[in-house]
Each structure stands twice: as structure tokens, then as C-alpha cells.
Design a protein around this ligand. Sequence first.
Ligand SMILES: Nc1ncnc2c1ncn2[C@@H]1O[C@H](COP(=O)(O)OP(=O)(O)O)[C@@H](O)[C@H]1O
Ligand SMILES: [Mg+2]
Length: 344
Amino acid sequence: MEPLIKVYGLKKYFNMSEGIFKKRIVEIRAVDGIDLTINRGEVFGMVGESGCGKTTFGKTLIRLLDPTSGHVLFEAPMDLIERLEGMDDGGKWELVKEYDVARFKGKQLKALRRKMQIVYQDPRTSLNPRMLIKDIIGEPLKVQGLAKGEELRRRVVDMLYKIGLTEKHMYRYPHELSGGQRQRVAIARALITEPEFVVLDEPTSAVDVSVRAQLLKLFKDFQSKLGLTYLFISHDLSVVEALSDRVAVMYLGKVVELAQTYELFKNPMHPYTKALFSAIPIPDPTVKRERIILKGEVPSPVNPPSGCRFHPRCPHAKEICKEKEPHLLEVRPGHFVACHLYGG
Ligand SMILES: Nc1ncnc2c1ncn2[C@@H]1O[C@H](COP(=O)(O)OP(=O)(O)O)[C@@H](O)[C@H]1O
Ligand SMILES: [Mg+2]
């Protein structure tokens, strides 16, 4: 397996002013120190309750947002990564700066847009309502200077057929299409530049169940044909299970568990993951699973709890959980958990 993306200590904080005079600045720690690897050709799933930082992570990864700190290496050669990880001095990031998306500027950043793309949750808000479908799909090619004139038209038509629409949709506006068709257009727009990596941010949550299955099939087909790598974000666990090779579970800006999909669903270890998964309906009525109800609300990312940020809601919390932050440890092969129950 070859890493496509290596994330080191990624943080994204938002500053917001609060109070009647907007004088108090609060820091929202949406993404608060994430380390992970996304391998070339895999579907990397990400789950977690609303507000835990999934979208912010996805957008920061591809530099639609500027990170507060941390590094995102994209297409860095393996030998360089190995050298980097073997070093501990402060200057080591200089070694990989040409691959560090977090440091890209100007031309480099523009060129990156061709290679890293995103499909948002709701095509009603992500597609410009005043643009024709042909222009929406062709725009990234135009902006990147990759095609114009007849060539541009040919590629747009080609793409329309690939996503299951036809030439007759070219001169329509987004509102003239169904929800599923609009999402297909958003997918076409993201894929027309033939990116390496695509963030799918809850791409099927605004469509109904029958359309969902079609879109999932489309993602699969594109992946196998184009060798794409996806970050697949969703709060729908069954969809994540169906599509992902590995899954990370997020809680308040952190990854608390990460494993192969099969392993994670068979053997969830973190108390948060267990609670999250206990809400999945089991199709077999003879199998009973205890539904774990968590106490309290998800705390605010402005002042995350000390130690393990899950401790105020955790049924197993001990003294150490309030004091010391657990780190992701490999508890079983390829199965990482950040929890003091497992020595983290
Ligand atoms: N542009 C922004 N400005 C301020 N706060 C934001 C912004 N975007 C997201 N947040 C906050 O960051 C946290 C994580 O949000 P988000 O990444 O959208 O979570 P998710 O996608 O998991 O629902 C939330 O508390 C949200 O309110
Ligand atoms: Mg989101």
C-alpha cells in the first residue's frame, strides 16, 4: 500500500467574536490534532456526530481552508516519508515542503485544485443556480486552462454520459433537474479535471434512498475506472460500512478510533464508537443489541473537556481520563484506539 496523503498534527481553529459588543474572541477548535494516512486507491471513511469537525477536516485537507497548524503531505515519495518519520529535529519539514499542501501558495495551490476535489452534501447550495449545466461542469477545465472551445464541449458531453445524463441536459439550469441529477452534476464537476483525490462530504444525505444506491454505485464505478482515492464523510454508518476500506471515528475534533471497516464494525473498542454503533438497527430481529445511551450533549469545541474529551459522557471514565489525553495506540493489528481502557 502506498500512501497518497499523510496528515501530521492537523489543526483548524476558527476565531469568532462573542457577546453583545463582539469583543470577546473565542477559539473554536473544530479540528484539534489529527494524524492519519490515506492510501492510494482506498475509500477512507469518516464518521462522527454532527459538529465533530468532519467537514472542516475534509476542507482543510484539500486547502479550501487554511490549517491553523500541522502538515498534509500529498503524493510524497515513500523514501522521503520514511526519512522524515525517522527524524526528530525541527527542520525536518523543510525536507518535504514541496509536498506539503499546508504550505502551498499561489500557482501551486491553483494546480492543486485539479488534483483534489470535493462533492458537498447539498447540490442545491453547491451549484450556482444561474449557470447552465454545461458551464457548471466545464468551469474547472476552463479555470485550470485544461480545455476550451470544441475540446471543452466534447469533454463535458463525455462526462455527462459517464454520470448517466445526456447532451439534452447541457442547456438546463440546476433547478430544472431532480435532486439526484443535481448531485450527479456536482460529481461531474468534481471529476472532470481527473483528480487523484475526492472528498465526498455526506454526498447522499440530501437524496432519497433509491437515488442513494445509484450514487453509491457511481462512486464505486468511478473509483475502479479512474483509480480514485476518496475521503468519504457520513453520519450514516451503513453507507460508510458499504463503501469504505477503513474508517476513522471522530469526536470533538479528534480521531478516537481507526480500523479496517470490517474489523471496526465487528469489534468496536472505544466507548464512543460502541455507543455510536449501538444505534445501528440490526436486520435480524432475533439478535438483540443493547442500545447505549450517552449522557449529556456533545460538549462545545470552544472549551473541550480536559484529558480525554469524551470523559464527561463515558460510562467507563476513571480519574486518569480527566487528567491525561489518550493517544491513538495500535491495540490490534491495524486497529487504533485512543482510550485509557486500552492503555492509551
Ligand atoms: N466557518 C466557521 N466558522 C466558525 N465555526 C465553524 C465554521 N465551520 C465550522 N465551524 C464549527 O466547527 C465545528 C465543526 O464543524 P463541522 O466541521 O462542520 O462538523 P461536522 O461536519 O462534523 O458536522 C462546529 O462547532 C462548527 O460550528
Ligand atoms: Mg459536515
